[in-house]
Design a protein around this ligand. Structure first.
Ligand SMILES: Nc1ncnc2c1ncn2[C@@H]1O[C@H](COP(=O)(O)OP(=O)(O)O)[C@@H](O)[C@H]1O
Ligand SMILES: [Mg+2]
Ligand SMILES: [Zn+2]
Length: 509
């Protein structure tokens, strides 16, 4: 007696179809599983046996062999419990093979037959739409997440008996539908708005430029100067997530098992601020079966690294690949995975170990050698990937009390969106979409400097003895400033402003 059910497993963020074949043959009662089941899948035998018996269905008393095909894909997790149980019930004629083969099934079983949620149902639902099946059966808790994929019919089941009823035709289950427009509607309601930030016009403008051109930012300032406050508000001026971006980000949260139960779709740009004690696996991603790290959870959003010099060296080095490529590759003995990791990096640090260098409120007590060592903890190659470096001095108490509201995020965002549109047109047909991604040859094609601005830039770079790299950064930032200005040429005032955003280069003189 042979039966087959269909399911899938997610590796990285990609789903692969799995056929579950169950064979019942004469012999002493046994229950074997083949086809690379990992620990949690092997334990599934006990859950499946108990759930079937506790629901009052017959459990075969012969030799049961479960094959998970294809055999060369490692299967991990608990999501195969339900399809295994269904295939066994099919061998006992509780369910017909005809109805069973029409659905993708996933879900964890508890011993009383309750169907529990599992990880990664969104990528599976995205894949199911191409598998030519009638639909996807899974736990009701996961159903809204899977139903985000409009083309997949998603049927929620709470209990093993419901899926049996549905597949044998005695129970009708309505497919879940989610209101995608409604889920997307909340994007303008920001908890943190730039209008709460008093003063700091220089920093706010720098962040506007960063958001407009996709530039990374390092803020240097004493404790309490508002660096965290400013960073938290970046997402409120970035252009709204598109539906495609939202699906990408939600997929990562889905495989990490971090999607809040009341949220089927992540509709706002994520803001991730890992503590500086984080490990490289935590930041970049890792584990025996690799899971996405903070850089991927920040995909299409903001990664805020507070106290940048305090992060471990190897952790910071790991950031270079995602900053460069917008994704991370994780290699293990038998598997290489890649997760998207395209984020806006916002870093913050104190100007010195005590934090008060250049602070009008307090005196710095650090030895110059210690200040040097503190600054050198961030490697040149990482610093090179941060276009905008600004000082964020503390706002005087008297000004903080004046309580004059700043410009709201919504109006800054209008300018950012306009500048992004110009860049989209500029780079249409190319692989890049914002100014920060331009290579040096792109700079020649897209950054025309007027005669006066060329002379000005040359004078400035001699005076500050800028490296070729810093020179290029300034042109890139100036390109974004000109875009915000609606100017196709880069003028002297654009260059002059861009130079302001290279604090560390200026500090060399
Ligand atoms: N410019 C500002 N406008 C309004 N509040 C501010 C400003 N700067 C600092 N604050 C207040 O000080 C607190 C500490 O700021 P924070 O962002 O944590 O500083 P930092 O990260 O630089 O140490 C903020 O929560 C905020 O209440
Ligand atoms: Mg802070
Ligand atoms: Zn100090």
């Amino acid at each position: 007696m042979l039966a087959t059910s269909k399911s899938g497993v997610v590796i990285g963020i990609k789903a692969f179809p799995i056929d579950i074949e169950v064979d019942i043959s004469p012999g002493l009662p046994s229950f074997n599983m083949v086809g690379l089941p990992e620990g949690t899948v092997r334990e599934s035998r006990e859950r499946v046996r108990a759930a079937i018996k506790n629901c009052g269905y017959p459990f075969p008393t012969q030799k049961i062999t479960v094959n998970l095909a294809p055999a060369d894909i490692k299967k991990d997790g608990t999501s195969l419990d339900l399809p295994i149980a269904c295939a066994i019930l099919c061998t006992a004629d509780v369910i017909t093979q005809d109805s069973l083969k029409k659905y993708c099934i996933s879900g964890e079983l508890s011993l009383d037959g309750t169907v529990k949620p599992t990880r990664g149902v969104l990528p599976l639902s995205l894949a199911v739409r191409n598998w030519g099946l009638n639909g996807y059966l899974l736990s009701g808790h996961n159903a809204p997440e899977a139903a985000v994929v409009k083309e997949t019919n998603v049927y929620p089941v709470e209990h093993l008996s419901q899926i049996v009823g549905f597949l044998s035709g005695s129970l009708d289950i309505e497919p879940v539908s989610v209101d995608l427009d409604g889920l997307f509607d909340r994007q303008e309601n920001w908890v943190s708005d730039f209008q709460d930030v008093i003063g700091q016009e220089h920093a706010k403008r720098a962040l506007e430029v960063a958001a407009a051109g996709g530039h990374n930012v390092l803020m240097i300032g004493p404790p309490g100067s508002g660096k965290t406050m400013l960073a938290k508000r970046i997402a409120s001026i970035l252009p709204p997530l598109t539906f495609e971006e939202s699906l990408e980000t939600t997929t990562i949260y889905s495989v990490a098992g971090l999607l809040p139960s009341e949220k089927a779709l992540i509709s706002e740009r994520p803001f991730c601020s890992p503590h500086h004690t984080i490990s490289d696996a935590g930041l970049i991603g890792g584990g025996a079966i690799p899971k996405p790290g903070q850089v991927s959870l920040a995909h299409n959003g903001v990664l805020f690294l507070d106290e940048l010099p305090e992060f471990k060296k190897n952790v910071l080095e790991g950031l270079r690949q995602p900053i460069e490529d917008g994704r991370v590759t994780i290699s293990r003995a038998n598997i290489t995975l890649s997760f998207p990791a395209d984020f806006a990096l916002i870093a913050a640090q104190n100007p010195c170990p005590c934090g008060h260098l250049g602070d009008s409120r307090n005196r710095c007590s650090c030895h110059p050698a210690h200040i040097m060592r503190y600054r050198n903890r961030i490697s040149g190659p990482l610093l090179d990937r941060i276009d905008i470096q600004i000082e964020v001095p503390a706002v005087p108490y008297s000004e903080l009390n004046s309580a004059r509201a700043g410009e709201p995020s919504s109006s800054i965002r209008v300018r950012v969106k306009k500048a992004r549109k110009i860049q989209e047109n500029r780079f249409s047909g190319l692989k890049i979409h914002c100014n920060s991604q331009m290579s040096s040859s792109d700079l020649n094609s897209f950054c025309t400097l007027s005669q006066e601005s060329r002379v000005f830039l040359e004078t400035v770079s001699k005076k500050l003895s800028l490296s070729a790299r810093a020179f290029h950064r300034i042109i890139k930032i100036a390109r974004t400033i000109a875009d915000l200005d609606g100017s196709s040429d880069i003028h002297q005032n654009h260059i002059a402003e861009a130079v302001q955003y290279r604090s560390l280069d200026r500090a060399k003189i």
